[in-house]
Design a protein around this ligand. Structure first.
Ligand SMILES: [Zn+2]
Length: 195
């Protein structure tokens, strides 16, 4: 977008003020804040895109248009420059996939990724950084409710809690827009997986 210098003034469909808020992620793909959730108006989000301060991670169906350009209305943007914060990465689906490089820890496949409890839940396995890994559906089914040893499967990495720098480094390997569709990927671990 580097050659576009003019801010869009008109939009394809009338957007109300306060509609279409945009989720703001830090450069580590974590929301800038949770309480309150970091949201910008669509106007501020579009402005930040033009100022090249953010990458568009996901967008609404609507477009913003002016005489000489159009762009999808951002629903999630990530800051290009990391804003330092004293915190550990949030335990979210996206961050977990990011840690594992969007690949199954057993076979390396990136297809049909799911989450696996290394130590099975029925044996008391917890839902945390140390016990959840990205696994493809095939490996997940094969492993079933067993430990890797019982299933004769080998973890290619030991799951741990990553720090923000590790996630940032991983984030640079995957372009914005990779494999994620909704805000929920960036927020809380899905309760569905806990039950
Ligand atoms: Zn696999």
């Amino acid at each position: 977008m580097g050659h576009i210098t003019e801010m869009p003034e008109t939009v394809a469909s009338p957007l109300k003020d306060g509609s279409h808020p945009c989720l703001i992620l830090n450069a580590d793909y974590q929301p800038l804040s949770y309480y309150p959730l970091s949201l910008w108006s669509w106007q501020d989000a579009v402005k930040a895109v033009f100022l090249e301060r953010v990458n568009i991670v996901d967008h609404y169906d609507q477009e913003v248009r002016s005489a000489n350009m159009s762009m999808p209305l951002p629903s999630v943007v990530a800051l290009k420059d990391f804003v330092p914060q004293n915190r550990s990465p949030a335990f979210t689906r996206f961050n977990l996939f990011l840690r594992d490089g969007f690949a199954c820890v057993y076979c390396g496949s990136g297809n049909e990724l799911t989450f696996d409890h290394v130590h099975p839940r029925r044996l008391g396995g917890k839902t945390n950084w140390e016990n959840i890994v990205a696994a493809c559906t095939k490996c997940n089914l094969k492993k079933g409710g067993r430990t890797p040893q019982q299933a004769g499967m080998v973890l290619t990495r030991i799951p741990n809690q990553p720090n923000i720098y590790e996630l940032q480094a991983q984030g640079r390997r995957f372009p914005p827009g990779y494999l994620h569709k909704s805000w929920m990927d960036y927020l809380y671990w899905d309760l569905e997986l806990e039950t």
